[in-house]
Write a protein that binds this ligand. Sequence first.
Ligand SMILES: C[S@@+](CC[C@H](N)C(=O)[O-])C[C@H]1O[C@@H](n2cnc3c(N)ncnc32)[C@H](O)[C@@H]1O
Length: 294
Amino acid sequence: MIRSRKPADMPTDEDSARISLTAHYTGYTWYRHGLSHRGLITPTGRALYTALRPLNGGARRLGLPNLDGLLLARHRALDAWLEQAIVDGRVSQVIEVAAGLSPRGWDFARRHGDRITYIEADLADMAKLKRNRLQKMGATSAHHRVVALDALADGGPGSLSDLAAALDRKTGLAIITEGLLNYFSRRQVLLIWQRFARVLRPFPQGLYLSDLHIASDNRGLAARSFVALLSRFVRGEVHLHFRSALEARSELISAGFPAVEVIHPECDEESADAQERRSARLVRVLRAGTRTKP
Ligand SMILES: C[S@@+](CC[C@H](N)C(=O)[O-])C[C@H]1O[C@@H](n2cnc3c(N)ncnc32)[C@H](O)[C@@H]1O
């Protein structure tokens, strides 16, 4: 892992361990809602999920947004965008940075087979855990693998640029992050976006998909309590870097993505329940391309 300098806003190893813990929670959430495989859950995830159940249930009964609804809304929106890009033939290679225990790699790889290359990337300990779990499920292949990667590394082994250098420059590449950005400082996020744009640019299509929490969506009491709760849960600050979707959009353009959308997850009226639709108002999903015409 490359970390030559450690500025003040760089996460410590303790911060990283805390962020990694949340992957157990989300991993269990995907499973609990029928999106994942039993092989990707952990006792830690189940314990965290059980601990937060009264809050999730209470919010639902009161007609307020909750964590489950928000996670599901953003996850399904990112899945839908990625699916569309693959089906349209714009993308056939995917790097999911900070994949944690997410089922997305397993799901896309089993459905699209060798028509895509799906690389799941995370810090070394989480990557090892995920790889072991997928191997036990018989779910890794030449087209689906897990690698150790630090999203904050600028170059060298374990960096995104190193990983992308080995990919096929003749077909499109998508990078996905989910549940990662809001644990980093604004400066780190802007550096990550510049890094992603640089890595994606040599590919015929370069697509970046992510969730993002912004301040203007989180002004009400319920929303502010929710952010406070989340910060407590990860025992660290959850950053709201941008005042508005417009500001986030303009920073993405400056980072090197001329085509950008920052929207609330569009919940399907048929499949998403009222809880998911309510919770979707607290989060954004972003789709950014390195070409003006995707
Ligand atoms: C909230 S979890 C999200 C996991 C997954 N994307 C999901 O939605 O279920 C955050 C993940 O970020 C990973 N992570 C934290 N710091 C990272 C870094 N510098 N580089 C890569 N991954 C990192 C953690 O190990 C953890 O798996």
